[in-house]
Design a protein around this ligand. Structure first.
Ligand SMILES: [Zn+2]
Length: 432
């Protein structure tokens, strides 16, 4: 069974009002274009929808910012989440990604901490401060703290306790950083194993104390530990970065993770559509759970809002067969966009009591059909949506979507209209 279904978000991409200006399509560490009311409204819509449709939790990166109401806005969202029966989880970078308080004058903003104590910065191999400018839609550089400095560990744990004491969150998703790691002499001497853009030793060192800090305030809190990796072993001598397999030393590092937490893994390069290979490794046992996360239907690595219910079925099937009991996909956009709506509903359905085998046909027949005008139409919807990758078929697919919209009414018709419009973007671009 899938026991934990999560939607993962950056605040600046959250667009649950169908028509709202100034929102990013994708990216990390952008500005939030709006005020506290905008922030609370967008996430209230998201949380309530999740509560009504069987999604267990929402991860928010950028939860705490001065620009959208700071602690007070986050508290309001906790009330909405509680009323909806959904877990609100803060994304927290331990040595990067802004720390507990993503942006603002708070002492719990990692940037403020490093401004105050510049000697606590992480260092690159050349000795310079480790301030990383990520390529892509991520304008604010990531400032990193050295994980070997006890002052930084103490600051991180104090921050997590402050967070849990101040904001009544259901829990956190924590990350040790995957935008390269500190290479100061302390870190180099401490680590037992090679590094890439991430360090398994850093995860093993930080995740236990971080989880204990959270649980010291709220013993039942959900704590999710990011590995940035798939558990499939890598035996070619390389040390993969984000989305790669696990090097030989990964299991001994995972063995040091706190047992009451969920371990989160990355499926992108081990599943459809990118690389649908069979898995030979099971999820590690003894944890609260193991979550598979994928960048499906987001402009990260793929096409935003595309219909991905078939790929998600395959991912759920592989996950179920190998001992994973959680799934996480991006949840930034409104179900007004039918691709998102179907993906979220599939996330809620696969591995549930109604669909224990994560069967695609079952989902299309029971869940999608009433939304799209019947079972045959649901199957056709998926087939036509996939034509964005087949330029020669686009015109015909758009014409068929328009015909279906004309024969239906209300939201059923709207969903086919959305498909015709979605396909037309690719047809327009293909015409040059
Ligand atoms: Zn260091």
């Amino acid at each position: 069974m899938i026991n934990l279904r999560l939607l993962w978000t950056w605040d600046h991409c959250a667009q649950w009002t169908a028509a709202r200006a100034g929102v990013h399509d994708w990216g990390a560490s952008n500005e939030f274009s709006g005020n506290a009311e905008d922030f609370v409204r967008e996430y209230s819509l998201l949380l309530r929808w999740c509560g009504q449709h069987g999604i267990d939790g929402v991860v928010v990166w950028g939860l705490l910012r001065d620009g959208h109401g700071g602690v007070e806005a986050a508290k309001r969202l906790c009330e909405v989440a509680d009323a909806a029966g959904v877990k609100l989880l803060a994304g927290v970078g331990l040595n990067a990604y802004g720390g507990v308080y993503y942006e603002g004058a708070s002492e719990w903003s990692l940037d403020q901490h490093l401004n105050k104590y510049p000697e606590l910065y992480a260092r690159r191999a050349d000795g310079q401060r480790h301030i990383f400018q990520m390529p892509g839609n991520a304008p604010q550089p990531f400032r990193h703290a050295c994980p070997s400095r006890p002052e930084n560990m103490e600051y991180c744990l104090d921050g997590l306790r402050w967070l849990m004491e101040t904001v009544p969150l259901a829990g956190v998703q924590v990350e040790s950083g995957d935008t390269y790691v500190c290479e100061c002499s302390l870190c180099r001497e401490r680590r037992q194993n090679p590094i890439s853009s991430q360090s398994w030793d850093d995860m093993a060192m930080f995740y236990g104390p971080a989880a204990e800090a959270v649980w010291s305030v709220r013993p039942g809190a959900t704590v999710i530990l990011e590995t940035y990796s798939h558990p499939q072993p890598v035996a070619d001598g390389t040390t993969p970065g984000f989305g790669g397999g696990s090097p030989p030393w990964a299991p001994e590092c995972v063995a040091q993770f706190p047992r009451g937490a969920y371990v989160q893994w990355v499926a992108d390069y081990f599943s459809a559509p990118r690389n649908p290979v069979p898995w030979t490794t099971r999820a590690p046992e003894g944890f609260a759970g193991n979550i598979m996360r994928a960048h499906l239907a987001t402009w990260w690595m793929a096409r935003g809002e595309e219909v991905a219910v078939d790929w998600l079925a395959l991912l759920a099937q592989q996950s179920l067969a190998h001992g994973f009991d959680g799934l996480s996909i991006f949840g930034e956009k409104s179900p007004f966009r039918t691709g998102c709506e179907l993906n979220y509903l599939a996330l809620a359905d696969y591995g549930s009591a109604a669909n224990p085998e994560a069967d695609l046909a079952s989902f299309l027949t029971r869940v999608a059909a009433p939304l799209l005008g019947g079972p045959e139409r649901a199957m056709e919807y998926l087939r036509l949506a996939r034509c964005i990758a087949v330029p020669a078929d686009l015109e015909g697919a758009m014409a068929q979507a328009r015909r279906q919209a004309a024969q239906l009414s209300g939201r059923q018709a709207d969903r086919w209209t959305w498909l015709a419009w979605y396909l037309s973007r690719w047809a327009y671009d293909a015409q040059g």
